[in-house]
Ligand binder design. Structure first.
Ligand code: ADP
Ligand code: MG
Length: 358
């Protein structure tokens, strides 16, 4: 079932194109995340779904109905804002009941729905408090409860966790995801935080300069980035120039700088001679001895950076190619290697991914 459909949606403000010909189909009950750097157009895209912004061009459909020019209150959509926007003079109970009062929902039903929303976000016992008597996380929950109490078909969340500290943010990520599954509401979640997107989403739309660069589940976005932007924005990547030296049905051989030749099982871009490859640093396996198969090469560890659970190694091949690798930190490392050592490096065929330049 399709819940939201954007068709070639563009939004221009004087001089800037905030959203540029976006096509996006969101399924009912899906948790979809719009991920991208600040200024890439996430909020503008969300506001066109809620109706606070009208597209310059294109169409917005909700459950197949054209709502492009419908005001927000005519759409079955609710938005949770980054700033929470709670009413300071109202209690938790009153804040959450507000939307239902506006809709003139009867007293008994209102009480029941507010009670269940409060329970859902674990705020029982806090009904009489004012927003100033709550922590950041509790205020966030009130904002959420206020949105879900209206039982919208779609809930739009614009960086709802960005004001919280790391620990609380992580626990809220888990809670929010569980809540979404329980309620079955379609969530359109906005964040600039790649980890948050990878943890929470059924699908992620990676946005750059007003365009969707890639749409897919967390696994595809992380392991199969299509562009240098996606590879670099989500995690770290070695982006390397290469030329194609041989191509077969399921394999290609490419030559990197310094004469390093590698075999990849990724699909080669049609007709390409010069290509770009992306290799995740944690996919560079480091051993003391050469192992079986191909894609082994020697390198020197030039330096070693402590990063907590992992160490980052800077490797230099004999041909002069520099690569970054991530390994378990020194005390838990399987193969004891150190700065200055000569080592054998190994890459699996499907960890060498072709990417397009942006
Ligand atoms: P994000 O939420 O990803 O940070 P926004 O959607 O807020 O991005 O903004 C995208 C671009 O559109 C930015 O360049 C921003 O300055 C511009 N923009 C957003 N809203 C307006 C507005 N009301 N008037 C003019 N420019 C705007
Ligand atoms: Mg924004």
């Amino acid at each position: 079932d399709v819940m939201v459909e954007l068709k070639r949606v563009t939004k221009r403000f004087s001089g800037t194109t905030a959203v540029n010909e976006v096509d996006l189909t969101i399924r009912a009950g899906e948790f979809i995340t719009l991920l991208g750097p600040s200024g890439c157009g996430k909020t503008t895209l969300l506001r066109m779904i809620s109706g606070f912004e009208t597209p310059s061009e294109g169409t917005v459909l909700l459950e197949g109905k054209d709502v492009t020019y419908e005001p927000p209150y005519r759409r079955d959509v609710n938005q949770v804002f980054q700033s929470y926007a709670l009413f300071p003079h109202m209690t938790v109970q009153e804040n959450i009941a507000f939307g239902l009062k506006m809709k003139k929902v009867g007293r008994a039903e209102m009480d029941e729905r507010v009670r269940s929303a409060i329970a859902m976000v674990s705020l029982a016992g806090m009904e009489a408090r004012k927003p100033t008597q709550l922590s950041g996380g509790q205020r966030q929950r009130v904002a959420l409860a206020r949105a879900i109490v209206c039982r919208p078909k779609v809930l739009l969340l614009d960086e709802p966790l960005s004001a919280l500290d790391a620990k609380l943010r992580h626990s809220m990520q888990v809670e929010l995801k569980q809540l979404q599954k329980k309620l079955g509401i379609t969530f359109v979640f906005v964040t600039h935080d790649q980890e948050e997107a990878l943890t929470m989403s059924d699908r992620i739309a990676v946005i750059n300069k007003g365009k969707i660069e890639q749409l897919g589940d967390a696994d595809a976005i992380y392991h199969r980035p299509k562009t240098t932007f996606v590879a670099n924005f989500i995690g770290q990547a070695n982006i390397l120039h290469a030329s194609v030296v041989a191509r077969e049905a399921r394999q290609a051989r490419v030559e990197l700088e310094g004469g390093l030749t590698l075999t990849t099982s990724e699909e080669l871009p049609e007709g390409a001679e010069r290509v770009l490859v992306s290799i995740r640093p944690e996919k560079v396996w480091i051993e003391k001895e050469r192992g079986e198969g191909d894609n082994w090469f020697e390198a020197t560890i030039e330096d070693e950076l402590f990063q907590g659970p992992t160490d980052q190694l800077r490797l230099k091949t004999d041909g002069g190619l520099t690569l970054s690798a991530l390994v378990a930190n020194e005390s838990s490392r399987r193969t004891p290697v150190h700065a200055g050592d000569r080592v054998w490096c190994h890459l699996h065929h499907d960890d060498i991914v072709f990417v397009h330049e942006d």
